[in-house]
Design a protein around this ligand. Structure first.
Ligand code: ZN
Length: 434
């Protein structure tokens, strides 16, 4: 008899640690792997030959992680149950020649990643984190977790029209952070600084993927602390809940008899269309699942049978009804913070959910004892999308779009209900347990 794990506010406390420790997709997959290792998962290299042993394994590739657990009793054609998510968030990323400045200010040249609410990046103390590639072929995660950069907003005295016409920001001219004083701009300054900060020899760094982030720690908010404010909730809420649900599923009694192979698939590059070797529109997930079938002695027929019986819950954030803009939402579908996970529907396949998918999610929520809410866009508003339709179309896997309703999506600091993350984790665990 399998017993469902129960997550509570302790899960939300852990989410806040996860958010703080994961300023970039590379850090997010490291945070996920660290928790999975504690649950007995072991990393496998894509370049090695795979064997058919049972237990928990994971593949790391850049900002993506695929983790899966082969139960003792699994056959080659045993279907998968997948929790899908994405690790990336909109932000400001360092350009190839970052060292710039003017009028006595040193600046770092940045490119805009995805669709951030640009205003939310103004006048925030920013840290700098990412991945350095070294001359010897190795890579290092780095994180300068202190106030290092800032994009200063123009004083209102210099532009009174912000009060009447709203703030207008030019992505090139107005979003370049300052990081010090000085007139001489030396090419290589920023990278030399990062080498020194991280004890790396001068000139050893030959490549980088660096991004800025708000250093303000996540926190509970509200009269009764019933909300959480923090960065990158879209979509680390789902990466964290999926990690916790998978770890709990494989460490619960009865894991050896699971009827499915539970999987966590967290991808990079959702915010700009998922088309990369670590994005949902690449071959990564299909390749891992297929290799697992073949490593267990399966045939093409076994793979086809396994995929045909597989279901993916694509978990991502959605929009809670905003009290100041309720007219932008559908008049009768009003997801609330604190109301439990959301099921996302769009008949034009911006979300992959259909009636059968709804039934799978409803059953998981019922087993978990959590309520769920329905999200659909106002017909006059464009609908967002997720990795759900991509996963369904690319791999032919039945997919259901779900998630957590938040406010301020794509802000440098978003807002959600403090109980929704653990309700999501309970629903995901019930789903993975079949
Ligand atoms: Zn998202």
């Amino acid at each position: 008899m399998r017993t469902a794990p129960r997550f509570d506010r302790g899960h939300t406390d852990d989410l806040m640690s996860f958010l703080a420790a994961s300023p970039t997709p590379y850090h997010a997959v490291a945070s996920s792997a660290e928790r999975l290792e504690k649950a007995g998962f072991r990393q496998v290299e894509e370049t090695d030959a795979w064997d058919g042993t049972t237990g928990g394994k994971y593949v790391l590739r850049g900002g993506a992680i695929i983790a899966w657990y082969v139960p003792e009793g699994a056959a080659a054609h045993t279907p998968y149950r997948i929790v899908g998510a994405h690790t990336d968030s909109p932000n400001l990323r360092v350009k190839p020649l970052p060292d710039s400045g003017a009028h006595g200010w040193r600046q770092v040249a940045v490119e805009i990643y995805g669709g951030p609410l640009l205003n939310s990046w103004l006048d925030r103390d920013l840290g700098l984190a990412g991945r350095l590639s070294l001359r010897d072929g190795s890579q290092r995660l780095v994180d300068v977790d202190r106030p290092l950069l800032r994009v200063p907003q123009l004083a209102i005295h210099m532009d009174r029209s912000v009060s009447t016409d709203g703030l207008k920001l030019d992505k090139q001219r107005h979003m370049q952070p300052i990081w010090g004083l000085g007139d001489d701009v030396h090419e290589g300054d920023l990278i030399r600084f990062l080498e020194a900060e991280n004890g790396i020899g001068e000139g050893e760094v030959t490549g980088w993927d660096l991004m800025t982030y708000s250093i303000e720690a996540p926190s509970y908010l509200g009269r009764d602390r019933e909300l959480v404010a923090g960065p990158r909730m879209d979509n680390l809420i789902s990466v964290h809940a999926g990690t916790a649900a998978l770890a709990a599923t494989v460490t619960a009694p009865g894991a050896a008899d699971l009827p499915y192979i539970p999987v966590l698939a967290a991808f990079d590059h959702e915010e700009n269309g998922s088309q990369s070797d670590t994005g949902a529109d690449g071959p990564l997930l299909g390749s891992v699942l297929e290799r697992s079938v073949f490593a267990r002695g399966g045939t093409y027929e076994d793979k086809a049978r396994a995929f045909a019986g597989t279901v993916c819950l694509s978990s991502d954030t959605g929009h809670a009804v905003h009290p100041n803009y309720a007219e932008r939402h559908d008049p009768t579908h009003h997801p609330r913070a604190g109301g439990g996970p959301i099921l996302k529907v769009n008949v034009n396949n911006r979300y992959a959910t259909d009636g059968g998918g709804r039934a799978v999610f409803a059953a998981a929520c019922e087993r978990a004892g959590v309520p769920f809410q329905s999200f659909v866009s106002n017909n006059a508003m464009p609908c967002g999308t997720t990795i759900g339709p991509i996963t369904a179309a690319r791999h032919g896997i039945k997919t259901v779009d779900i998630g957590v309703a938040i406010l301020s999506m794509h802000s440098a600091r978003e807002l959600c209900g403090a109980d929704d993350p653990h309700m999501l984790a309970n629903a995901l665990a019930a789903f993975l347990q079949g």
